[in-house]
Design a protein around this ligand. Structure first.
Ligand code: CO
Length: 192
């Protein structure tokens, strides 16, 4: 498992709801936390590790020792948003790119935890931003889609570089060709 970078097609897939929490998914969650901490992120969506499922891991403290801030959420939905805020945002799938994104200040989410229990979360500020960013991922939406005209222009160079890097990685054989990636995602989607 590894974190995929833009423009990997997995980042654009609509994640599928999870219907059962088995051993395999628990192992994947552990790996996702490891990758997230290694990359110094606050959250990671399953689509970012090329798994097309409605699953995300979070620790807005970013500190692996603060286990009380570690959360796993399954099938999350945003049910309420209030206010707006502007702030800088980055993404582990876009290394080095940071841009201002407008988000709702406070949100309410419904999701399931690892025990399969329904949970309701209300979050503000940084946690709210992290939530909106990660839920977007599960719908194939990326933070660069949310930029204003100036942010879009300012990101063009960085995006082009990532596109070139991705192309070279494919040429080297480090990343499979597009058709192969898509077939793999489709097989995961039809599996369970
Ligand atoms: Co992200």
């Amino acid at each position: 498992m590894k974190i995929v970078h833009y423009p990997h097609p997995a980042l654009r897939c609509q994640a599928k709801p999870i219907s059962s929490i088995d051993k395999k998914i628990k192992l994947q969650i552990g790996e996702m936390f490891d990758l997230m901490y290694e990359a110094k992120g606050l959250g990671l969506a399953a689509t970012q590790v090329a798994l097309p499922f409605q699953l995300l891991v979070m620790n807005v403290s970013g500190d692996p020792d603060k286990k009380e801030h570690e959360f796993v959420y399954i099938n999350p939905t945003l049910v309420e948003r209030k206010g707006t805020m502007d702030g800088e945002e980055g993404c582990l799938s876009f290394p080095g790119l940071f841009q201002k994104v407008r988000r709702a200040k406070t949100i309410k989410i419904h999701a399931y935890n690892l025990l399969g229990e329904k949970v309701e979360v209300v979050a503000s500020d940084l946690a709210s931003r992290a939530w909106q960013h990660e839920i977007d991922h599960l719908n194939g939406v990326l933070f660069v889609d949310k930029l204003g005209i100036i942010g879009k222009l300012a990101s063009r160079g960085a995006l082009k570089e990532l596109e070139e890097e991705f192309k070279y990685a494919q040429q080297r054989g480090d990343i499979p060709p597009e058709t192969e990636i898509k077939a793999l995602i489709d097989s995961l989607l039809s599996e369970s």
